[in-house]
Design a binder for this molecule. Structure first.
Ligand SMILES: [Zn+2]
Length: 255
């Protein structure tokens, strides 16, 4: 099996000091490529540095919606500059998040999101979208940027968001929660996604899949999510991994 972990935070302090060992364990598990995803300016710069350090790694750069309250034009132009690097293959993670206490005003998040969609459009890059408690609010943004390919990262939405996203050409990426016992509805939705739109990811160091649930996650564990996805769809893991692999190659221009 060959697998792409389409979303990992190797740039996070929980993984960065051990990056070499983490990449080695990923390779041993068949994970040949990892998309290292930024969430602010320093982590985006680190994502590019990691991609330059290890073959098979590429970067996504972007400002997470949690940054909306503290980021302005300066950070946006820093992200735009990082995005020009040849190893940057997506803008992300960006999106909308109305959970908890940190989020800034919805208008401010919408503004930050759209400014980063503009970078993606200008450079011909896809966007990696984080969505939490934001309902269908991503759809009008996607409609304003119809030529930008979207990836719904760590999909956790409902059937309506799924079908409306697919209608707009989005790729749907599944992470560890697909393996959690209670998530029957998520597995039901995962079985509905056309194979040519599927991606798998860890979102490590967060959300480790079963049987590693509760531990620190890392890219090698994406294998568990891939197998769960194949099982829930009644497909052979080897076959599904080939399709998900070629989907990731085309979205993130992997070689
Ligand atoms: Zn993430």
């Amino acid at each position: 099996m060959r697998i792409v972990d389409s979303h990992a935070h190797l740039n996070h302090e929980d993984l960065l000091p051990e990056a070499a060992e983490v990449v080695e364990r990923a390779r041993a598990a068949g994970v040949s490529h990892i998309v290292v995803v930024g969430y602010d300016v320093p982590s985006s710069a680190e994502a590019i540095a990691l991609a330059a350090r290890f073959p098979g790694l590429v970067a996504a750069v972007g400002l997470h919606p949690y940054e909306a309250g503290r980021c302005g034009e300066m950070e946006i132009s820093e992200i735009a500059a990082l995005a020009e690097h040849p190893l940057c293959r997506a803008i992300g993670e960006i999106g909308l998040d109305f959970h908890g206490e940190e989020p800034a005003l919805p208008e401010r998040q919408d503004w930050l999101l759209r400014r980063q969609f503009e970078i993606a459009r200008r450079l011909g890059l896809p966007v990696v979208l984080h969505q939490r408690e934001s309902g269908l609010r991503i759809l009008p943004v996607m409609d304003d940027f119809p030529d930008v390919t979207a990836v719904f990262h760590c999909f956790a939405g409902d059937g309506e968001l799924l079908s409306e996203g697919l209608r707009r050409g989005a790729y749907i990426s599944f992470a560890g929660p697909l393996t959690f016992k209670k998530n029957d509805e998520l597995r039901r939705l995962a079985a509905l996604v056309p194979a040519e739109k599927l991606l798998v990811e860890t979102d490590s160091p967060y959300l480790a899949p079963v049987p590693f649930r509760g531990k620190r996650n890392e890219p090698a564990y994406v294998r568990e999510t891939l197998i769960a996805l194949a099982n829930t769809r009644g497909e052979a893991p080897e076959q599904l991994s080939e399709i998900a692999f070629s989907n990731a190659v085309s979205v993130f221009q992997l070689s």
